[in-house]
Write a protein that binds this ligand. Structure first.
Ligand code: SAH
Length: 479
């Protein structure tokens, strides 16, 4: 079968690609089908065809997959946010577990037994993925673009996949439900006082985005309007309305009481796709919220990096802590430490923790967070991990050692100079937290070729409904 563009083909979806697209194969030809779910038999319309593969869209579902479910969100197919809403949560978890495992085996050259099984001392263990009990409304941070529809009504929504067209939507299934009333309140205020939404094409108008942060443990809420200017009309009136809207919001049974901690502006007058500018102007109350991961409290401003799924963050850090096997006497390095979340989470169980992070503001936050929590055995350094650690190692004349090194790099993984320095420092354990299984696998290969052995790996679902998956792996130094 070599189908042509615009042709219709009947195909069974037997696999899922890493972007969540369905994959069907026939006679050596592979078709990638957006919106198809593994197990579907579909009629697909071919959009693009090469010699051995092509892209298609679902024209008609002839036999729906047993994993297919009705998406929770009416705009799930069009919004660029959730790629997997049409798939049952159980099937999403299997897909992610398989994705991580296959990367580690194919790229990392690792050989696992059955999931959860350990056949011998040498064989690494692949542990079952840790999913969420309640897989919706998990995000603590939202950024809604603000725009105008034809009749002049102000709307918020989400960008369609690969575009900046706003799909109007007031509710998002993976965000905190209170955002709906926040967006509604802001839009009504804008209409009442004729405040124009920002227009990307003409670089005119005022309000660009509405950003919210909701503390999962504290119930604290922050609303920040990103504006092409320095003020908005009747800001205090808006703050009063938001306070009433948030605090009277029925957050569901057994949920914590929400409290509005502050309303602020973020100034962004640039002609850019970047959402946030650098300056924060308070309108009412604080310019931050506080929240907890385990027993450690964090101060979170609109500009700070903070994990978006607090429940699963605790699960992920709990795994990192378990894999680190700390007894209280260890020297620990936490590389790519952000605002010090992992460092502070581990500090209580270690002798000393050293964090390294490239963003200076994040390091400032990390230091403040240590003080807030009375943690005195954590120290933080600004700079690229691949510069800071090798430099400190050289300065020590090659004598610097660590017991445990934790890394949590961005998608591109660790630089080889950093991995080499880690090897030179001879830590007993390396705990690798990763948001990209392919680079995790590549780096595991390097460490395995240099005296370390992968003993276990586990995926954690931090982003239900999307194709993203987080993993944590333990590498132990071979004697
Ligand atoms: N461990 C933190 C942050 C993980 S995200 C947490 O769980 O919250 C990855 C972090 O790496 C980001 O904060 C990013 O700013 C930082 N980063 C990116 N490149 C870096 C580099 N070369 N050296 C050090 N930090 C880097």
């Amino acid at each position: 079968m070599v189908p042509k563009k615009n042709e219709f083909v009947t195909i069974e979806i037997t696999d899922m690609g890493s972007g969540g697209e369905g994959i069907g194969r026939a006679d050596g030809f592979t078709l990638f089908v957006k919106g198809a779910v593994v197990g579907d038999v579909i009629e697909a319309k071919v959009l693009k065809a090469k010699k051995t593969y092509g892209y298609a869209k679902v024209e008609k579902i002839l036999r729906p997959s047993e994993h297919r479910v009705e998406p929770m969100c009416p705009v799930a197919g069009r919004c660029g946010g959730c790629q997997l809403q049409a798939m049952s949560y159980g099937a999403q978890l299997s897909f992610k577990e398989r994705k991580v495992r296959e990367c580690l085996e194919r790229i990392g050259g690792v050989k696992f037994g059955e999931c959860g099984e350990k056949l011998s001392e040498e064989q690494p263990q692949f542990l079952p993925i840790l999913g969420m009990e309640d897989c919706f409304a998990y995000r603590n941070k939202a950024q809604f673009p603000v725009g105008k529809v034809k009749d002049g009504k102000v709307v918020t929504g989400f960008y369609a996949g690969h575009s900046h067209a706003i799909i109007p939507s007031t509710a998002c299934a993976i965000q905190a439900p209170v955002n709906e009333v926040i967006c509604k309140t802001v839009c009504e205020h804008m209409e009442q006082y004729r405040i124009a939404p920002y227009d990307e094409e003409t670089h005119t108008g005022l309000v660009r985005h509405i950003l919210t942060r909701v503390g999962a443990v504290t119930g604290e809420v922050l609303v920040c309007l990103i504006v092409n200017g320095k003020s908005i009309p009747k800001a205090e009136v808006l703050a009063d309305k938001l306070k009433a809207a948030v605090e009277s919001y029925d957050n569901g049974k057994n949920q914590i009481q929400l409290v509005l901690k502050g309303v602020c502006l973020n100034v962004n007058c640039e002609k850019t796709n970047v959402i946030l500018g650098n300056e924060i102007i308070p309108v009412w109350g604080d310019t931050y919220i506080t929240d907890y991961i385990g027993e450690v409290s964090f101060c979170i401003s609109p500009l700070s990096f903070y994990q978006v799924n607090p429940k699963q963050t605790k699960v992920l850090y709990g795994k990192a802590l378990e894999f680190a096997e700390l007894t209280g006497n260890e020297i620990v390095w936490d590389l790519y430490c952000g605002i010090g979340t992992i460092s502070l989470f581990l500090a209580k169980n270690a002798k000393n923790v050293y964090g390294v992070e490239i963003v200076p503001q994040a390091i400032e936050d990390a230091k403040q967070n240590a003080i807030r929590n009375g943690i005195t055995n954590a120290e933080f350094f600004v700079g690229a991990a691949e510069d800071v650690l090798p430099a400190k190692y050289r300065e020590s004349g090659g004598s610097m050692r660590a017991d445990v090194i934790v890394v949590d790099p961005p998608r591109k993984g660790c630089d080889e100079t950093l991995l080499q320095t880690i090897v030179n420092m001879e830590p007993k354990r390396v705990v690798y937290v990763s948001c990209d299984p392919a680079t995790l696998a590549r780096d595991i290969k390097f460490l395995e070729e240099n005296g370390y052995k992968l003993t276990k790996a586990q995926a954690v679902d931090m982003f239900p409904m999307t194709t993203h998956v987080e993993s944590v792996a333990l590498l132990v130094r071979e004697r």
